[in-house]
Design a protein around this ligand. Structure first.
Ligand code: NAP
Ligand code: NAG
Ligand code: NAG
Length: 288
């Protein structure tokens, strides 16, 4: 009975998708000259977002801790078409560095049109150690600096009808084993930016907030779980392209891969099924 109901639902969704699922596209000319700030821009998804914006003639500001990587990223961004490409070396483990980052971007770009909050760190993948301190220590880098960066840039974003994006994960929808501190910070990130979006709308500002919900994407940081996970990762290049599309279209929620967009509905309808799927994500005995 459940199986046929499930099958019927899948068919309905497929029909719905075929009819209404086409995504709205932006005009690449609108990107030319946009001043784009990307945190966590030295590798992975952030690096690809930088290149995507660069290829359409944006002015970039990327940041992270590793200067040598940032030098490479800005050089490549210029090669593929960035009008300007600047970098700032900072560990986003303090409010001070977050403030300095915005100051630096303002000085070099003269204003900010797009603020992409993408940096994160994860201390370990494995069973929770029952140490709340592990969670506390992640909050500054994975959530509080995002909130601080958005506030520090708010004035220029309001002046420029700007865009804010924050990178979250599908784990924030259903929780996840083996990444409890990380998952906790992502849930907080979602709560903050969805709520901020409400206040910005109520205040009739022209600043949009895009929450990006990602599934498993192939990057250096996710490679540590590659041999422990049953699924194949999605492409970081395609991920960045979809993020840029959603941000340019000022979409509130952006999903990649597309299947992530069905998770909230499926979870509401079939919570046990989703729980089971989550627990089946990792190979048996991956952490024992
Ligand atoms: N890959 C996935 O499967 C996946 C799934 C869901 C969500 N996401 C999200 O996607 C975003 C990008 O992740 P990714 O997969 O592209 O990982 P990544 O390649 O490891 O990128 C992380 C970026 O953050 C920077 N960073 C790390 N610690 C930092 C710190 N203390 N201060 C400042 N910058 C720091 C890193 O540069 P430095 O080391 O040079 O500082 C790097 O540029 C993250 O928000 C992540 O949660 C990824
Ligand atoms: C700011 O970032 C720099 C460069 O990564 C780092 O050396 C320093 O410790 C950070 N400062 C604080 C207060 O977090
Ligand atoms: C909304 O407006 C109020 C009153 O002017 C102000 O205090 C608040 O900071 C604004 N919020 C945002 C998110 O801009």
């Amino acid at each position: 009975m459940w199986k046929s109901l499930f099958g019927g639902l899948v068919v309905l969704l497929a029909v719905y998708l075929a009819l209404f699922g086409r995504k709205k596209q932006y005009n690449p000319d609108d990107v030319k000259g946009l001043r784009v700030v990307v945190t966590g821009g030295s590798s992975g998804i952030g690096e690809q977002i930088a290149y995507k914006f660069a290829s359409m003639g944006a002015k970039l500001h990327v940041s992270a801790r590793r200067e040598s990587k940032l030098i490479d990223v800005t050089a490549h961004a210029k090669d593929v078409g960035a009008q300007e490409a600047h970098y700032f070396v900072a560990s986003l483990s303090s409010y001070i560095n977050a403030s300095l980052l915005i100051q630096d971007a303002m000085q070099k770009l003269g204003g900010i049109d797009v603020l992409i909050l993408n940096h994160f760190t994860s201390p370990y993948v494995g069973f929770y150690r029952h140490e709340a301190k592990d969670i506390e220590q992640l909050f500054m880098t994975n959530m509080l600096t995002h909130a601080h960066l958005a506030s520090a840039a708010m004035e220029t974003l309001k002046e420029n009808k700007g865009r804010i994006a924050a990178t979250s994960s599908a784990v924030a929808f259903f929780g996840s084993p083996y990444t409890i501190p990380y998952t906790t910070t992502k849930c907080a990130l979602v709560g903050f930016f969805q709520s901020l979006d409400h206040e910005l709308t109520i205040n009739k500002t022209d600043v949009s907030v895009s929450l990006v919900h990602l599934g498993y994407i192939g990057t250096k940081s996710s490679s540590v779980i590659q041999d422990k996970i049953k699924h194949k990762p999605a492409s970081k290049v395609e991920c960045a392209a979809e993020m840029v599309r959603g941000i340019m279209m000022r979409e509130r929620e952006v999903y990649f891969p597309a299947s992530v967009s069905w998770v909230p509905l499926f979870q509401a309808l079939f919570p046990d099924y989703i729980s089971n799927q989550v627990q089946q994500t990792y190979r048996d005995n991956a952490f024992s």
